[in-house]
Write a protein that binds this ligand. Sequence first.
Ligand code: G4F
Length: 347
Amino acid sequence: MASLNGVAGVSRIVADNKKTALITGITGQDGSYLTELLLEKEYAVHGVVRRTSNLLRSRIEHLRSDEKVYGKSLFLHYGDLSDGTTLRRIFSEVQPTELYHLAGQSHVGLSFEIPESTCEEIGMATLRLLEIVRDQPQSVKFYHASSSEIFGNAAESPQTELTPLRPASPYGCAKAFATQLARVYRESYGLFVANGILYNHESPRRGENFVTRKIARVVARIARGLEEELLLGNLESRRDWGRAQDYVTAMWLMLQQDKPADYVVATGETHSVRDFVEAAFAVVNLPSKKYVKHNPAFDRPTEPARLVGSPEKIRVELGWRPQGSFTDLVREMVEAELATVDAGKDT
Ligand code: G4F
């Protein structure tokens, strides 16, 4: 079969003792950090990429251009989550033992604009992959990227693995559907499927249309005199923000267990968007009030006012703990943006 590496039978050329992971969404924030983690652990890592993906400037370009890595322990395959035939071909070629399903439209606000494709990409694609995994001759441990958005206007706080689902957006509904299906396949067919119920997790690799990266980027540009204002929607909503690098470790840990289970991955702390804004301006010693303006275009028809997860189960059962504080995270993101501007890469 065709792979981007120009090598047929790629999985057969990697050492037999290597674990083989297949990642959907490999070019995203989480996909790139997970790839780095799995390569460090000496996996053979295979990623599914869309033909339309711009790999040249992607978050995995540093790995793709590394001759010691690409085509040796990292392999990319063209595929689309709507195309079951191709996905099945990739599975029979790669024969993964672990599947990390991270792909799909991930912007909650955008899901109100494009609800149908959001539900297709998140809901039906997960079902398609569950069916493919069910048909594999080898056992495949399946990580499903669920989300705190399944809790929506949550009935309790903090939320746990047992909190009732009350999604408040098309995105949340699609994730709730996929999460429940994963549970049904685990219980009905004995598949190893783990839902990682991840709360917001951020890094300098976050997409620019998510609020943390947007704030960090514009604050850096204001500090360097390139912009004059920061336009935002709801400043009062509260989220549980952690570091993406820690969260991919949680994904990996879930698949190293003997039995599959669902885990909330969160810090247990909640902060408002306003807190993030103030912490970001504090990094550059500027007063936030002077620059922040409300733009209703960034408001959502409805959204959870406050989400905060309990990481108790994953701490006790898997020994996972988030690293660093909220202010460390904000500082890391703003400093990364300042470095980008100063290097002339964001003019
Ligand atoms: O950064 P956000 O767009 O993230 P959101 O909606 O919480 O979703 C993220 O986390 C989920 C896990 O909990 C994931 F499932 C999901 O895929 C995604 O990664 O918005 C955070 C908050 C919201 O309350 C939003 O209304 O920031 C508020 N906000 C205010 N102004 C804004 C803006 N959000 C964005 N994106 N842009 C703004 O200008």
